[in-house]
Design a protein around this ligand. Structure first.
Ligand code: WTA
Length: 634
């Protein structure tokens, strides 16, 4: 029997918002907003009023077929219309909607009106290719304006998009395209990666040999990389040729609130990838509301989310959220440290980015180079920063807060998932912050930490992170696999709650500390220990840049902690340092942190979105099969 977590990473530092933040904030009274959110039905219905509906909904929430919830039933709406057309008929018509920049210093800007025309052309072109409402269109594209245009063109005509991250290999790509039964594939002649061009068309060609459902391949000329394209085959066509001469007026499809919007694949630790299905209206309401309130979006903002559109972060917060709010979104094609570790700070300075949203993996990486690079640039345009994807180690949080934000800018550590579609646990700009926690569930979201019987655990004790009430941007099912949807998320914990698959604990203020994925959890002498706290303790040592820990089977203790560390420049792992690390971690966490071997590595296995894949380390240690490695980087 596994006992409660007794390892606590003590964090007493609290950072309060300054008066400027409070004055500007959309939500000034947190308690009042939370109070309103206690009735999610009326709360989210009010937020849905921000859009133009072709027909209002009959019912806000239909709970008759749990866990297959429906939101805004019988409502008619179109995402593309609300993200583009609505602004064209406002004073934002000539405002930049999307600003593309890349590692070579090139840029492309589209105003809302220019975006509108290109989306309409592409929508007409897709229709001419035979794409109808409900058909699936796959995309294997770099961060580029054509990706955004293609997604909006799909949602305009009711086609379902399935974006495959451009870094995935042939096998993973084939699996996703076939599962989604895609009719059209949109790809490009290449993508820039650290000074090189990766030929996406070549990878697509190889994949297409195994994808019988694809009828047309559209190719964007993005890098100018010479590629083989057989336009005569009738199956392959350049994007420019396709949209050339198309009318820039394409009628909008009136979508049912619950019509499918997109499929996005996320890997499970076992079995094939899960096709997470999102639908129209609830998703729109969830992403627009959260972005507006959490990052306090106002006229004049320049929003930059560094997440690739191949992941949910890019879908919700590089594209749909910002456009639904009529702001300017920056999409960047390039790594944080190419051509040098000042690359991203250069972008912030050059364009005057006001809101910056990134991931802990990038911060830990940039932190290795110290404060030299952020100091080279003028970062005074920044007003709010944010993070998503993994627990933010307190040390990384402090670095971002001190060195980039110069102690003036709040950091929104947002917890959410591909499945949740929108932010779920996060501070608002006015919230008191503690480094390392996404703080509290946002207004309108009911999250809790429970035991295996579904009962709330006392403060300080570890348990399963669950969502107790439905929320509008929730995924509706796993594509073509309702059984897996029910089994993976809704069954294990009683009470009809959504099991997020993470373990967490609440501190004395109710703040939620994410301790890691429940699959990764360590069991040390009967104590359940989250990976994130041990790793954060390592990262708070001056010699350590990154760390991953796993439980290695031990006949007596259950698990002992095996740690893999990447050291900062100038350090080597000798016996002195090992001893010092052991003392440091034990001091931070208490005696339960029984450390076994500490191993120095140059790299950690990560997903292509930057999450540490501990199960790969574990499988290697135990000599087991590596499982699904389709999202593994290198
Ligand atoms: C983890 C990304 C701690 C968590 C939007 C979750 C986090 C998984 C945070 C979902 C955070 C995400 N703090 N952990 N702020 N944000 N996670 O589907 O384990 O790629 O379950 O969605 O990432 O990852 P996904």
């Amino acid at each position: 029997m596994v006992k409660d977590t007794s390892v606590l990473l003590e964090e007493k530092r609290v950072f309060k918002a300054n008066y400027r933040i409070v004055e500007e904030a959309h939500v000034k009274n947190w308690e009042a907003e939370i109070e309103k959110g206690k009735d999610p039905v009326s709360y989210w219905a009010e937020k849905a009023e921000q859009f133009e509906w072709f027909k209002k909904w009959d019912k806000v929430l239909d709970e008759s077929k749990k866990p297959f919830y429906k939101w805004f039933t019988k409502g008619k709406i179109n995402l593309s219309y609300n993200a583009v057309d609505r602004w064209v008929s406002s004073d934002k018509r000539n405002q930049v909607a999307v600003l593309y920049a890349n590692e070579h210093g090139e840029e492309r800007k589209l105003t809302y009106y220019e975006l509108y025309r290109e989306v309409n052309k592409m929508a007409n072109a897709l229709k001419n290719l035979g794409v109808k409402k409900g058909d699936t269109v796959s995309m294997y594209l770099p961060m580029c304006t054509e990706l955004l245009v293609s997604m909006l063109a799909c949602t305009r005509i009711g086609a379902v998009h399935s974006v495959v991250y451009s870094g995935l290999s042939v096998g993973a790509f084939v699996e996703r395209m076939n599962d989604a039964n895609a009719k059209v594939l949109i790809t490009a002649d290449g993508t820039y990666r650290r000074g090189k061009i990766i030929d996406l068309k070549k990878i697509a060609d190889e994949a297409l040999l195994q994808c019988p459902t694809i009828e047309t391949v559209v190719v964007v000329k993005h890098t100018g990389n010479p590629i083989k394209i057989s336009e005569l085959s009738g199956r392959e066509i350049f994007y420019e040729t396709l949209i050339d001469g198309e009318s820039d007026d394409c009628p909008v499809e009136e979508m049912d609130a619950e019509d499918p919007l997109f499929i996005l694949y996320t890997s499970g630790s076992t079995g094939k990838p899960k096709g997470v299905l999102h639908t129209t209206a609830g998703y729109m309401v969830g992403v627009a509301t959260t972005l507006k309130n959490i990052f306090d979006i106002h006229n004049g903002d320049l929003w930059w989310c560094t997440g690739d559109v191949g992941w949910i972060t890019g879908h919700s917060y590089s594209i749909y959220g910002p456009l639904l709010l009529g702001t300017t979104t920056l999409i960047y094609e390039g790594a944080p440290d190419y051509p040098d570790p000042g690359a991203w700070w250069n972008i912030v300075e050059k364009y005057g980015v006001t809101k910056f949203y990134t991931a802990p993996t990038a911060i830990r990486h940039l932190m290795r180079y110290g404060s030299k690079y952020p100091n080279l640039y003028n970062l005074s345009s920044l007003k709010i920063m944010g993070s998503v994807g993994e627990p933010m180690n307190p040390e990384a949080w402090m670095w971002l807060y001190n060195k980039v934000g110069k102690t003036k800018i709040p950091i929104m550590d947002t917890w959410w998932q591909t499945e949740t579609g929108m932010h779920m646990i996060s501070p608002l700009p006015i919230s008191p912050l503690k480094p390392g926690t996404p703080t509290l569930p946002i207004p309108g979201v009911d999250a809790d930490v429970v035991d295996e019987n579904g009962n709330s655990v006392p403060l300080g004790k570890g348990g399963y992170l669950v969502i107790k009430k439905p929320w509008p941007a929730m995924f509706r099912t796993l594509y073509k696999d309702e059984e897996r949807f029910v089994d993976s998320y809704w069954k294990e914990i009683p009470g009809g709650v959504y099991n997020a698959g993470d373990i967490a604990r609440k501190d004395e203020d109710g703040y939620i500390w994410i301790q890691g994925r429940s699959d990764d959890v360590l069991n040390i002498a009967g104590h359940r220990v989250g990976t994130s706290e041990v790793e954060s303790a390592f990262v708070s040592h001056p010699a350590v840049a990154e760390c991953a820990v796993i439980g290695k089977s031990d006949p007596i203790k259950g698990h002992v902690i095996k740690s893999f560390v990447i050291l900062k420049e100038g350090y080597t792992l000798n016996t002195n340092l090992i001893e010092d690390l052991q003392k440091h971690v034990r001091y931070e966490l208490g005696p339960v942190a029984v450390l076994g071997e500490i191993k120095q590595v140059d790299q950690l296995p990560k997903t292509r979105s930057g999450k540490i894949m501990r199960r790969i380390l574990r499988a290697q240690e135990e000599g087991e099969d590596l499982g699904d490695t389709s999202t593994l980087e290198d």
